[in-house]
Ligand binder design. Structure first.
Ligand SMILES: Cc1cc2nc3c(=O)[nH]c(=O)nc-3n(C[C@H](O)[C@H](O)[C@H](O)COP(=O)(O)OP(=O)(O)OC[C@H]3O[C@@H](n4cnc5c(N)ncnc54)[C@H](O)[C@@H]3O)c2cc1C
Length: 417
């Protein structure tokens, strides 16, 4: 391959998803990843029907199901008293949206996308740090740390939360939430993990903290995540989110949650940042994708999903905008991408922030929230239709994504101010 049609900067879930979406349309795609090897750190990831629908279209859903777990219920509990607040019946959810809710190890998802890219002939380069982006006549170029220059008709920057390409479009910086996530995976063969019901995804929500668990790898592993607000971050200290803060943050939590804390990895943690929404993602022949465009807090578990949707939308519009001579009408493709994706992702980023506030309430507001959540019927999908419904391709597509469904209800909006 000399100059490819598309260069993708970043070989995370977003970059690889886009590489596959475009290469299956017959385009020559090169991925430039700065790390010495392709890979993912972290543990589990949740994939809702708006993502499994795309994996099915890619012919990857059965593989993903074999690698992960397809749970039967998602349950929200109060982290202090352990009581159930509300639930989703994931079998009914699958009937409603046509595709399953899946949980999978993120390294398995990443490896699956990497293999799909290899099979599709994507040119996958590691140890390639991009330091500069520019539009040039007939396309765009990137400059690498060693001074080399690579050119393509289109450059897609999937370079994550700290995206260098985003500076072309915005001078904003990542926004600290002062929350930190601890993760851990534990074999389910014995001990406490053997007792946990892996047919459920459970989130315990509590004052300034929450705790999530679900199974991975066909039930071989229990995945647990403990998230809390760091007092040191709030005090402006540099050294925040350390393990001493973890145990203190869950002091009021119920026994089940406290018993899970020793399973957390204590040698690494994830400080949680998002980005303010920006509504322009395209600069000439350079487009942002994934966290580079719309890094969210993870409370509605849509960050990687949005990245996969971005790539799928690009691929669909490539197929729809082929000219008579077989070339791609890229201005039309990027205009369609720009028209449809930023508004949906703005809503996800904003809803994630609001959802986090709701989860972490204390005192009277916590009790009022619990009353409201218990009022919700199990089969009321007003919360999630806009999210799990079909991925929009045009602003004029039938709405699920654009219908102004309230976050929960006017009463909940009042609670979180
Ligand atoms: C605790 C937690 C739980 C989460 N749970 C979920 C969930 O359940 N469901 C969900 O959908 N999402 C979830 N997310 C969010 C999800 O992990 C991210 O949104 C997603 O991984 C972003 O993918 P990306 O490819 O856009 O970015 P990244 O994964 O950050 O990938 C960016 C890539 O670009 C490379 N790169 C960066 N700069 C350069 C450069 N200059 N040159 C070359 N390469 C470069 C990096 O090395 C990296 O490989 C969660 C996040 C957290 C923190």
């Amino acid at each position: 391959m000399t100059n490819p049609d598309v260069i993708i900067v970043g070989g995370g879930i977003g970059g690889l998803g886009a590489a596959y979406a475009l290469s299956r349309r017959g385009l020559a795609v090169r991925v430039l990843e700065r790390a010495a090897a392709f890979g993912e750190v972290g543990a589990g990831i949740q994939l809702a029907p708006n993502c499994t629908r795309i994996l099915d279209d890619y012919g990857l859903l059965d593989e993903a199901k074999n690698l992960g777990v397809t749970p039967e219920a998602m349950i929200m509990r109060d982290a202090v008293d352990g009581s159930e607040l509300t639930r989703l019946d994931l079998r009914d959810l699958e009937r409603r949206y046509g595709f399953p809710y899946l949980v999978i190890h993120r390294s398995d998802l990443h490896a699956m996308l990497l293999c799909a890219c290899e099979r599709a002939g994507v040119d996958l380069w590691t140890s390639q740090q991009v330091v500069d982006y520019a539009n040039v006549t007939g396309g765009a170029r990137v400059t690498l740390a060693d001074g080399r220059v690579e050119k393509a008709r289109i450059v897609i920057a999937a370079d994550g939360l700290h995206s260098a390409a985003r500076k072309l479009l915005s001078d904003d910086e990542p926004v600290s939430s002062a929350y930190v996530a601890y993760r851990g995976t534990t074999p389910t063969a014995s001990g406490r993990a053997a007792e946990v019901d892996l047919s459920e995804v459970v989130v315990y929500i509590g004052p300034r903290c929450h705790f999530v668990h679900y199974g991975l790898r066909g039930g071989e592993l229990l995945n647990q995540v403990a998230v809390f607000e760091s007092p040191k971050a709030r005090a402006g200290e540099e050294d925040w989110g350390t393990p001493d803060e973890l145990d203190a943050a869950f002091a009021r939590a119920c026994d089940f949650v406290q018993d899970g804390l020793p399973d957390m990895w204590r040698d690494r943690w994830w400080r949680m940042y998002d980005r303010d929404p920006i509504m322009t993602w395209v600069d000439g022949s350079i487009a942002l994708l994934g966290d580079a465009a719309h890094a969210p807090l993870q409370y509605i578990a849509q960050g990687a999903i949005m990245a996969i949707e971005d790539g799928w939308v690009l691929g669909e519009h490539v197929a729809r905008h082929l000219t008579d001579d077989g070339t791609v009408d890229w201005p039309a493709v990027l205009a369609a991408y720009q028209a449809v994706r930023p508004e949906h992702c703005r809503r996800v980023v904003s809803t994630s922030r609001a959802w986090g506030q709701l989860w972490h309430l204390d005192g009277l507001a916590r009790q009022q929230r619990n009353v409201l959540l218990r009022e919700r019927g199990t089969y009321d999908y007003a919360f999630v239709d806009w999210l799990y419904g079909p991925t929009a391709l045009h602003p004029s597509d039938e709405p699920p994504m654009f219908t102004p469904v309230p976050l929960a209800s006017a009463k909940v909006d009042t609670l979180i101010g």
